[in-house]
Design a protein around this ligand. Sequence first.
Ligand SMILES: [Fe+2]
Length: 398
Amino acid sequence: MSMYYEFHNPVNLISGYGIIPNSIGATLKALNSKRVLLISDRENNSDGTVDIVRKSIIAGGVNVGGVYLNVPRDSSVLVISKIANLCMINSCDSIVAVGAGSVLDTAKCVRLIISQNTNHITDLKGFDMCNRGVDMPLVLVPATCGTGSEVSNVAVVLDETGTNKLDFVTEELLPNATIIDGSMLVFQSSMEILSAAFDALTHAIESVTGRQRNPISTKYACMAIMMIRDNLEYCLCDNPKEEHLHKLMEASTIAGVAQSSSMLGVVHAICYSLGVVLEIWHRECTAEVLPHVLKYDFECCKDLYAEMFFYLVPESVYVSTPKEDRAKVFCEYIQSWYKRLHALVGGSNTIVNLGLSEQNVDAVAKTASRDGLNIINPRYIDLHGIKEILLSIMRGDI
Ligand SMILES: [Fe+2]
């Protein structure tokens, strides 16, 4: 019997460099929206992106009925209830969100609880527990090249204690439309672009290696890897071309489509946990954690690594690498590429100097071991295995 899988992604993608001023209001109008709630965070409010989005909404003849610009780095069940309440008090009939993953995940959850007629996202815990809810248009605008949330059926939220991440997975989290605009990246530093792009690369790689992979999500993931390969370095230089910025943004969304179907794995279980315990963005950790997990999974994934090798490296490297060495060189190339680009942008942060230490390694390992993504990882892992990976990161073993 052939492998069973499902692939479904109905999000309307509206893509083009510099289209935001003329596209959001028009998109809302086509969705019959009259009064929108705008959601974002302090970073996007202070760098001007919120203002551009607000003007685009108004230019389309749609009213801004409410604004919430204080989404935290890790959204929580309480914040989601608070914003949903704000949405209803202001009689908003639709939602627009601009930002990174936590902003987009928050907006998806706000729409979900309103459409499912509940006050708490925790009422909807469980895998795909939702029926078709009340229609409420949701338009998402990613502001980084690393989230993928704008096309995924997943949202990650902190529980009431602020120590555990809850994963919600349902088709009802998918937005009606996503606006992909590479001009959003001009507000990002080179280091932010590098971290986000390696997060997107990790989404693609974990989509290919995970137990829930399928032929279609693998094609999307490989396309994303190739687009990151061809555009990332150009985006880190002074005055990058519009074409490269936009392709990198598209690559992140394409990796998001793959991830929505295939889910992620241990790299993200560990990085989400590092984000919670160290109070940092998970995307700041993926590039450093990835090589360690690739090594852990090597024996069961080497054929898949060799398959991705073609999409990751320049043609000259592919041609000159013997077939039997491709999986190994794939792993080495990822690490050396990141190191070179990290030096290029003058990056100095590592997970250790962001705070991982002997004092908190057990807490990080414990939180990571409870993440449901470990089930998707191609090789079984437990608390001990996760701690070993964290210790090898601290020792700088790779
Ligand atoms: Fe990520």
